[in-house]
Design a protein around this ligand. Structure first.
Ligand code: NOJ
Length: 559
């Protein structure tokens, strides 16, 4: 297996709006991030992924960009961005930026030009179509609810927006659009950034005639996803981008690819195809809900979760590389979703960290995960800010769904679960800001905060610090083969990593009950060494058969 710095990296994702406010306006900013770089250095991460900081009217918190070569006023200015680059580099931390080029803001100068007349040179930068019998060009729904088309009176045509109507989709078929994007990417790379996380990278290419999607019972709109996910020219575009831009720099790239099974993901990340380094697997993110409707929950089993990780590992093995994550700014907090955010919050947060840092792939930590931040449950919709959540509430209320039901779904899966401010201390506003924060702080900040974790040698923070260090010191954790054991066990997740003669055994209890672990007879050892665990463990204990305590995690080296 070829060694690469981005395979050995541990990435820390920053959602700038909620990370640290330095100027008392209630919104996190770039100087705030700089203040906290020593904290990240102490944690041990070596790559920061910065969610969008570009100029934006903030319809979708920066994922609607009006100028790619300027900084959002709320976050600072270009000088601050340059300082951030110097300061990260000074600490040996690399910096990757979000690249959002499936769409721009409707306030981007290209779109302002494009909508101004049918023969404007920028008209073809976006996807314009005539309506059909007074209706939109097709029946697609937008990801954030409502139709995917917006009528524009000026030129009497509709434009496509897969997300909000303030996020018109760019027309990737137009070579001029692609050149503009590549130039902008080079401009940032020449400034010294170390790569990109590519937003909705598998949506750039749409099936040419934009056919109607299947209608699903209970939904007003058609499902257009088969016609815009992993579309016909996507690999051609990415290979072109790779040739013209990416291949000229020593950088990392990670694509966001919803609705993509590992067979297709392998095409994006196969090293002989020269597209991307890694993509984010969404199958795990869909384990607990209807894949088309995230608000409708379903039960999941540990064997399904194991199957997903195994399938992605096997599917990309030798050709490509995996990402490892369980939360981000679009998902609920992982300890609330996959662990236990009550009695066993600390144990389960450490157990999940053990999983994400000992499977093959590059781990991504989302801000606050390292102190076990949890979901939030505001009583009132007025306390929510996310456009997707607000649209969902409005639509469901219109349909007459009881408020408790709507709020229940929001508490479970709203993106705002991950967007409440970082809990730095138990002082007012959790030390995030000196004024009113743009979104309320999770009231549990008095117990769950960084100051607390830094004082307690048994904290989640120090567990992350240790496991990150172990990963750096043990190449087997990165490059070792991975063999699932006890495949059908519904309580224990266990696997063996091997690299030459080196062997690591990972044992994880995924539940809040005690359970038994029996080492399969074909795995033998003379000696063993415990590398990390989230409970005290007797050194001499024989591990042929052991009782695991709730959410217990152990990593052994076997000799
Ligand atoms: C995925 C991003 O992660 C999400 O936050 C955003 O709303 C959409 N793409 C649209 O850019």
């Amino acid at each position: 297996m070829e060694q690469k710095w981005w395979k050995e990296a541990v990435v820390y994702q920053i959602y700038p709006r909620s990370f640290k406010d330095s100027n008392g306006d209630g919104i996190g900013d770039l100087p705030g991030i700089i203040q906290k770089l020593d904290y990240l250095k102490n944690l041990g991460v070596n790559v920061v992924w910065l969610c969008p900081v570009y100029k934006s009217p903030n319809d979708d918190n920066g994922y609607d960009i009006s100028n790619y070569q300027d900084i959002m006023d709320d976050f600072g200015n270009m000088k601050d961005m340059e300082n951030l680059l110097t300061e990260t580099r000074g600490r040996d931390i690399k910096l990757i930026m979000d690249l959002v080029v499936n769409h721009t803001s409707d306030e981007h100068s290209w779109f302002i030009e494009s909508r101004s007349s049918l023969d404007n040179p920028y008209r073809d930068f976006y996807i314009w179509r005539k309506g059909k019998n007074g209706l939109p060009p097709n029946n697609w729904g937008s990801v954030f609810g409502g139709p995917a088309w917006e009528y524009d009176e000026k030129t009497e045509e509709y434009y496509l927006h897969l997300f909000s109507k303030k996020q018109p989709d760019l027309n990737w078929k137009n070579p001029q659009v692609r050149e503009e994007i590549y130039n902008m990417m080079k401009w940032w790379l020449d400034k010294g950034i170390d790569g990109f996380r590519m937003d909705t990278v598998n949506m750039f290419s749409k099936v040419p005639d934009l056919p109607d999607g299947k209608t699903i019972k209970g939904y007003k709109y058609g499902d257009g996803s088969p016609y815009f996910l992993n579309g016909p020219r996507i690999h051609e575009y990415l290979q072109e981008m790779n040739k013209k831009v990416l291949s000229k720099y020593d950088i990392m790239t990670v694509g966001e690819t919803p609705g993509t099974p590992p067979q297709i993901a392998a095409k994006y990340v196969n090293r002989d195809r020269y597209e991307l380094n890694m993509v984010f697997n969404f199958e795990l993110m869909e384990i607990d809900h209807d894949p088309i409707n995230k608000w409708r929950s379903k039960e999941w089993k540990l064997t399904e979760l194991k199957k997903i990780f195994t399938k992605w590992y096997e599917g990309l093995k030798e050709k490509g590389w995996n990402t490892l994550y369980m939360n981000n700014h679009d998902q609920p907090r992982m300890v609330s979703r996959f662990g236990n955010n009550k009695k066993y919050r600390i144990e389960s947060a450490k157990m999940l960290a053990t999983l994400l840092h000992t499977l093959p792939g590059t781990p991504y930590i989302y801000q606050g995960e390292e102190i076990g931040m949890t979901n939030v449950a505001f009583d009132n919709i007025e306390d929510y800010r996310d456009i997707e959540t607000l649209n969902f509430y409005r639509e469901m209320a219109k349909r007459g769904l009881p408020k408790e039901k709507i709020m229940g779904a929001i508490h479970r899966i709203s993106r705002d679960n991950a967007r409440t401010p970082m809990q730095w201390g138990n002082n007012p506003n959790a030390g995030f800001t000196t004024s009113t924060p743009w979104i309320k702080i999770n009231p549990n900040y008095r117990d769950i905060n960084v100051v607390h974790d830094l004082k307690d040698s048994n904290s989640i923070f120090y567990y992350y610090q240790k496991i990150i260090r172990l990963r750096k010191e043990n190449l087997i954790m990165i490059y070792g083969d991975c063999q699932l054991i006890l495949k059908d066990d519904e309580h224990v997740y266990s696997y063996l990593r091997t690299l030459n003669k080196d062997r690591l055994l990972i044992i994880l209890n995924f539940f809040s009950r005690q359970t038994i672990f029996n080492l399969p007879a074909n795995i033998d050892y003379q000696e063993k060494e415990l590398l990390i665990s989230n409970y005290d463990v007797e050194e001499k204990e024989d591990i042929k058969s052991i009782y695991l305590r709730p959410y217990e995690a152990r990593v052994y080296r076997l000799y």
